[in-house]
Design a protein around this ligand. Structure first.
Ligand SMILES: Nc1ncnc2c1ncn2[C@@H]1O[C@H](COP(=O)(O)OP(=O)(O)OP(=O)(O)O)[C@@H](O)[C@H]1O
Length: 346
């Protein structure tokens, strides 16, 4: 079954179908994204997790058409983004924004903050006239917890966390419906990461933003995301609601990721299998299941066919043929707790 079919409540805002992005055209291209499908509902924050090189950023960029896909579809409100001509694409771009990883590199050091935000407004014809523009800039700065007078300063006059707030303000300037946040915390000190997390959580509520949140920090994903897609070597390994994924991870890769996460959590399976070895080259991915070469449960059959993304329970998908590994209850819970929890769910 295809995880794009899991949305019953609302039509998805974004739908990705069979997305492939190969870099290079020779015999052995880099298969950065290899047949990925998922959907994002309006107002939802979808987490995209996986080790470095698994294709997270490439997916984020392909969604906004900052990178052209090799194959597949990216639908925004049902329209294929890849087929839009320049004019409609430009109009759509104001609805789709990206917050980059590095707040230092993504702001022009020679421009004042007011000019940076004003440029975003002007590009999309949003604030007509200088008075309106100034009012919008002041409003944007306040939205992200900065002051209107900050508009006259240059990027180097701000701390890392403040610069990331400016990056968020710039993304918000065009009143987007959908934001790709690509590791927005990784360039920040731990001490200020929580400020930016809280800002994103707050904005998401207030502005009903739909977000793709790319991160390798599982704690942040658990806190911020409604649902999570686990990616490995360009392929989806598991998809589930956040709580379900963290309490009942089914795919051996997800379990290994959680086990490697430093947070001691009694709900995480007690399967201390650290991920051994490096992620294989995306130019020569393993046959069958791409995770099999690092999987503690791999059997010969894993090399034969690419495992389908099966729906194990409502909205919980996993791509693994080892059905015997499926856990119905989180390990480490007592029977009493399990019963109490089932009652609460009913
Ligand atoms: N422009 C490019 N040309 C060639 N290969 C690329 C290009 N961009 C990305 N890749 C390759 O595609 C694969 C996926 O990269 P991507 O940056 O999407 O992964 P990621 O999961 O976001 O990693 P990270 O967490 O390190 O940002 C990697 O093997 C990367 O080297």
């Amino acid at each position: 079954m295809n995880p794009t079919n899991m949305t019953t409540a609302a039509a998805p805002l974004i739908e990705v179908r069979g997305l492939k992005k190969y870099f290079g055209t020779g015999e052995r291209p880099v298969r950065a994204v290899d047949d990925v499908s998922f959907a994002i509902r309006p107002g939802e924050t979808l987490g995209l997790v996986g080790e470095s090189g698994s294709g997270k950023s490439t997916i984020g960029r392909t969604l906004l058409r900052l990178v052209e896909r090799t194959e597949g579809e990216v639908l925004y409100r049902g329209d294929d983004i890849g087929k839009l001509a320049a004019g409609p694409l430009r109009r759509l771009r104001s609805k789709l924004q990206i917050i980059f990883q590095d707040p230092y590199a993504s702001l022009n050091p020679k421009m004042r903050i007011g000019a940076i935000l004003g440029e975003a407004l002007a590009t999309h014809g949003l604030a007509k006239g200088p008075g309106e523009r100034e009012r919008r800039i002041a409003e944007l700065l306040e939205t992200v917890g900065l002051r209107p007078e900050h508009a006259s300063r240059f990027p180097h006059e701000f701390s890392g966390g403040q610069r990331q707030r400016i990056g968020v303000a710039r993304a918000l300037a065009v009143e987007p419906e959908f934001i790709v946040a690509d590791e927005p915390l990784s360039a920040l000190d731990v001490s200020i990461q929580s400020q930016v997390i809280n800002l994103l959580a707050d904005l998401r509520e207030r502005l009903s933003l739909t977000m793709l949140f790319i991160s390798h920090d599982l704690d942040v994903v658990e806190y911020l995301c409604d649902r999570v897609v686990v990616l490995y070597l360009g392929k989806v390994m598991e998809v589930a609601e956040t709580r379900e994924l963290f309490e009942r991870p089914q795919h051996p890769y997800t379990r290994a990721l959680l086990a490697a996460s430093p947070k001691p959590d009694p709900l995480v399976p007690n399967e201390r299998v650290a991920l051994k070895g490096d992620i294989p080259s995306p130019m020569a991915p393993p046959s069958g299941c791409v995770f099999r070469t690092r999987c503690p449960h791999a059997i010969e059959a894993c090399a034969q066919t690419v495992p389908p993304l099966d729906e194990l329970s409502a909205g919980h998908f996993s791509a693994c043929i080892r059905k015997d590994l499926i856990q119905h209850e989180p390990p480490g819970r007592s029977q009493g707790e399990t019963v109490a929890r089932s009652a609460e769910v009913i």
